[in-house]
Design a binder for this molecule. Structure first.
Ligand SMILES: Cc1cc2nc3c(=O)[nH]c(=O)nc-3n(C[C@H](O)[C@H](O)[C@H](O)COP(=O)(O)O)c2cc1C
Length: 169
C-alpha cells in the first residue's frame, strides 16, 4: 500500500465522476469506536473559500450517531472491484454487525483521529463546518419528491472542510 498525501485544492475535476461510477464509504468515530456505511450522495466544491465535501445521512443510520457526536468524518472511495464491500456496508447496519471486520477492512486515522479505510483509492478527511437538514418545504422541483415515500427519508447534510486528502495506489 502506497499512500500519497495530496493538497485537496489540487484534486482534479475527475473526482466528481467517482461518485457516479464508484460508491464510497462514509466513516465517523474515533480510535475508541467507529462505523462505516456506503454513500452514493457526496458533493465536492468550494464554500466560504474552503475546499468542502458534503454528505447526506438519514437519521436512522447507525452512522448518524457518530456524525452527530464527532467533529470529523471521512469519505473513502473504494476501487470499483469492491462491490461486495459496498453492498454489505450499504445493506447491513453497524448496530447488528461489525462491518469493518466482516469486510476485512483496515482502519487508519487522519486529522482529529478521524477513521478512514485503507483499502481505498481516494480518502478525504473532513472537519464539520455546517450541518443542515434537507426539508420538503425547500424543494423547487417535483422530481425531488420521487426519492421520498411515506417513510420520509429526509437526510441531514454535513458539510466539512477537506483537511486532508490521500491517494492510495
Ligand atoms: C449504493 C448505496 C448508496 C447509499 N447512499 C446513502 C446515502 O448517501 N445516505 C444514507 O443515509 N444512506 C445511504 N445508503 C444506505 C446505507 O448505506 C445503509 O442504510 C447502511 O446499512 C447504513 O448502515 P449503518 O446503520 O451502519 O449506518 C446507501 C446504500 C447504498 C447501497
Amino acid at each position: 500500500m502506497r499512500m500519497h498525501s495530496a493538497d485537496p485544492k489540487t484534486l482534479t475535476p475527475e473526482i466528481f465522476q467517482l461518485f457516479k461510477t464508484q460508491n464510497a464509504l462514509l466513516t465517523a468515530g474515533d480510535r475508541e469506536g467507529c462505523n462505516t456505511m456506503t454513500i452514493g450522495w457526496c458533493q465536492l466544491g468550494t464554500l466560504w473559500n474552503l475546499p468542502v465535501c458534503t454528505v447526506y445521512v438519514r437519521p436512522e443510520r447507525y452512522t448518524y450517531q457518530f456524525m452527530e457526536s464527532k467533529d470529523y468524518f471521512t469519505v473513502s472511495v473504494l476501487p470499483a472491484s469492491e462491490k461486495e464491500t459496498l453492498r454489505i456496508c450499504g445493506t447491513q447496519s453497524g448496530r447488528d454487525t461489525d462491518k469493518i471486520k466482516t469486510c476485512g477492512l483496515t482502519v487508519c486515522y487522519g486529522a482529529g483521529d478521524a477513521p478512514f479505510i485503507e483499502e481505498s483509492e481516494l480518502v478525504l478527511v473532513c472537519k464539520k463546518l455546517y450541518v443542515q437538514d434537507l426539508a420538503p418545504e425547500c424543494v423547487k422541483d417535483e422530481r425531488i419528491f420521487r426519492s421520498y415515500g411515506a417513510m420520509g427519508g429526509w437526510r441531514r447534510g454535513y458539510t466539512g472542510e477537506v483537511l486532508e486528502a490521500y491517494i492510495i495506489k
